[in-house]
Write a protein of this length. Structure first.
Length: 204
């Protein structure tokens, strides 16, 4: 084999090596590419008609069972059977999203001395302790968004519970596809968060 033939073989091998590398890189990129649509909760509602207070409120992260303490959207097929909505996820862990939106809802009222999360240095009067009991799409009797949050108003200075109540809202899913499921959940949560804020302002 002469010199020019050796150069040709070398170029062919180099080209093949480059092609294999590019294919491998492409497959790796496909393997890490996000396949889920990501959703958030909409802006918190504005609550009107309640008297102002100079009290300051702390909103810790709600507690939740493991099935709800994630970024997955829960579908309840029956009383005991759960699945996650295919190709969809929340933009953060659900309890953290609920906490952020509750804080925003209180802020939007403009009727309290202050509101914040743990670690923000507020001189707290009351804590809103909450538990997410349902945040799901129920398929029994038609697709319906179900949101239930149990809340306690805790006097931070005495450690006593001022009031406690379960808040629940349902919204029928209208339309098809993941956006319709998320929209129904968003609407149900907006109702619950508005009720929690209104109840808190009337209780402290």
């Amino acid at each position: 084999m002469n010199f020019s033939e050796l150069v040709g073989v070398g170029k062919t091998r180099a080209w093949r090596s480059a092609l294999i590398f590019m294919l491998a890189a492409g497959l790796a990129a496909c393997g890490t590419r996000a396949t889920n649509d990501t959703f958030g909760l909409s802006a918190a509602p504005v609550i009107e008609g309640r008297a102002s207070t100079n009290k300051q409120i702390l909103v810790p992260e709600p507690t939740a069972l493991k099935a709800l303490d994630s970024d997955q959207v829960v579908i309840r097929l029956s009383g005991s059977e759960l699945q996650y909505l295919s190709k969809a996820q929340w933009s953060d862990r659900l309890p953290r999203m609920v906490q952020a939106k509750l804080v925003q809802a209180f802020e939007n009222t403009g009727k309290i001395g202050g509101v914040g999360k743990p670690g923000e240095g507020l001189a707290i009067d009351y804590q809103i302790i909450s538990e997410i009991r349902s945040f799901e799409i129920s398929t029994e009797g038609g697709d319906t968004a179900v949101v239930e949050i149990f809340a306690k108003i805790l006097n931070d200075r005495t450690g006593t519970v001022r009031a406690q109540k379960a808040f629940r809202a349902t919204t029928a899913v209208k339309g098809a596809g993941n956006p319709a499921f998320i929209k129904a959940l968003d609407q149900a949560f907006a109702t619950v968060s508005a009720e929690i804020v209104s109840w808190t302002l009337s209780s402290i």
